[in-house]
Design a protein around this ligand. Structure first.
Ligand SMILES: NC(=O)c1ccc[n+]([C@@H]2O[C@H](COP(=O)([O-])OP(=O)(O)OC[C@H]3O[C@@H](n4cnc5c(N)ncnc54)[C@H](O)[C@@H]3O)[C@@H](O)[C@H]2O)c1
Length: 319
């Protein structure tokens, strides 16, 4: 019998893709999500409607910061493993909305890990973030680097998840794997992230905001590569590990804008702005440990990945 997997944040970008891939592999998947309105709820509901077509999927609208309702899901579904992707995402939003991060990323995470402990879950895989590297100067970012200077509450909340997981693995022998995702993009992506925002604004003829006068670099990771890294983590189920999941290439933001322009066949009007508080200038993942221990091997270059994103974007948004 295949494992039963609980995926939190299943209506989200990464949760949706992971859940669909697990369903195709005949896992039994329970998805939970509070379907909050941080971005367009229609996109979240459309993703869930696709997942509901699979007979091995069931969905519950639950907030992980509510212990009672989350506990009921664990008791009824009795998962073998849990993938915690539910979180308040976004670096800039955390500057003005601190309590959203406290509730979902800290209280919610503690509820999940505590239930994993009491319900004897075989393994917890959880989303961390490249933002834990803060303003580290040494690049690429390696999991052996010091990460004690987060530049935002979002980054601090993700680092706290790693520390809480470490303590639970040691105290209770709970198997935990933290995954530091690097700027994930692709079809069904997040409208609050740069790539989607750029596409929206270029299409509607509005100018796009580009920070630090365009002098920014990001390691952009295609969604299918992220899903394969998460699935490998579920399979390996290490005792207590943290991995980088990135593409291992740092791309100039202006090159990304050029690809979007090319695939939309429309020029961007660019509004150059200074660096934003909480933001980092460059991200770049060192992935040797992930390659060795997870057989992780990102396959998608940005030119190919952005074309796939824009193909989907056109079908979904421009009817
Ligand atoms: N996308 C990226 O580039 C990226 C990078 C680093 C880390 N991450 C992390 O990966 C995870 C998934 O990210 P995503 O891009 O799919 O984001 P997303 O916002 O699309 O998905 C998160 C989902 O969690 C749900 N959610 C939020 N708070 C909740 C709560 N209290 N209870 C139940 N559901 C709740 C939201 O409604 C949303 O559907 C998050 O933990 C995020 O912080 C993402």
């Amino acid at each position: 019998m295949k494992d039963k997997i609980l995926v939190t944040g299943a209506a989200g970008f990464i949760g949706f893709h992971l859940a669909e891939s697990l369903l195709k592999d005949n896992f039994n998947v329970c998805g939970i999500d509070n379907i909050n309105d941080y971005y367009d709820v229609k996109l979240k509901n459309d993703r869930i409607d696709i997942l509901k077509k699979y007979s091995n999927f069931n969905f519950n609208q639950v907030d992980i910061s509510n212990f009672e309702s989350t506990s009921n899901i664990f008791k009824n579904f009795q998962p073998d493993k849990v993938v915690n992707l539910a979180a308040q995402a976004g670096v800039r939003y955390s500057i003005d909305h601190p309590f959203a991060y406290l509730n979902s990323n800290i209280v919610g995470f503690l509820n999940i890990i505590e239930l994993c402990k009491t319900q004897n879950i075989k393994g917890l895989i959880y989303a961390s973030s490249s933002s834990v590297y803060g303003g580290n100067k040494e690049i690429p970012f390696s999991v052996s680097d010091r990460v004690n200077k987060p530049l935002s509450l979002y980054a601090a909340s993700k680092r706290s998840n790693e520390l809480i997981a470490y303590s639970y693995s040691n105290l209770f022998n709970l198997h935990t794997t933290g995954l530091r995702f690097f700027t994930v993009y692709g079809p069904w992506g997040r409208p609050d992230m740069a790539m989607y925002k750029f596409a929206n604004k270029i299409c509607s003829g509005e100018s796009i905001d580009v920070y630090n006068n365009g002098d920014m670099k990001r390691d952009f990771t295609y969604i299918d590569d992220i899903v394969s890294g998460i699935k490998s983590s579920i399979d390996k189920n290490y005792q207590c590990e943290v991995f980088n999941l990135g593409n291992n290439k740092s791309e100039n933001l202006m090159d990304i804008v050029k690809y979007i322009e090319q695939y939309l066949d429309k020029k961007a009007d660019i509004n150059f702005l200074p660096m934003q508080p909480g933001d980092v200038k460059e991200s770049w993942a060192e992935i040797k440990k992930s390659m060795k221990m997870l057989n992780y091997k990102p396959k998608t270059d940005v030119d190919v990945g952005i074309e796939k994103f824009i193909d989907w974007y056109k079908k979904y948004n421009i009817k």
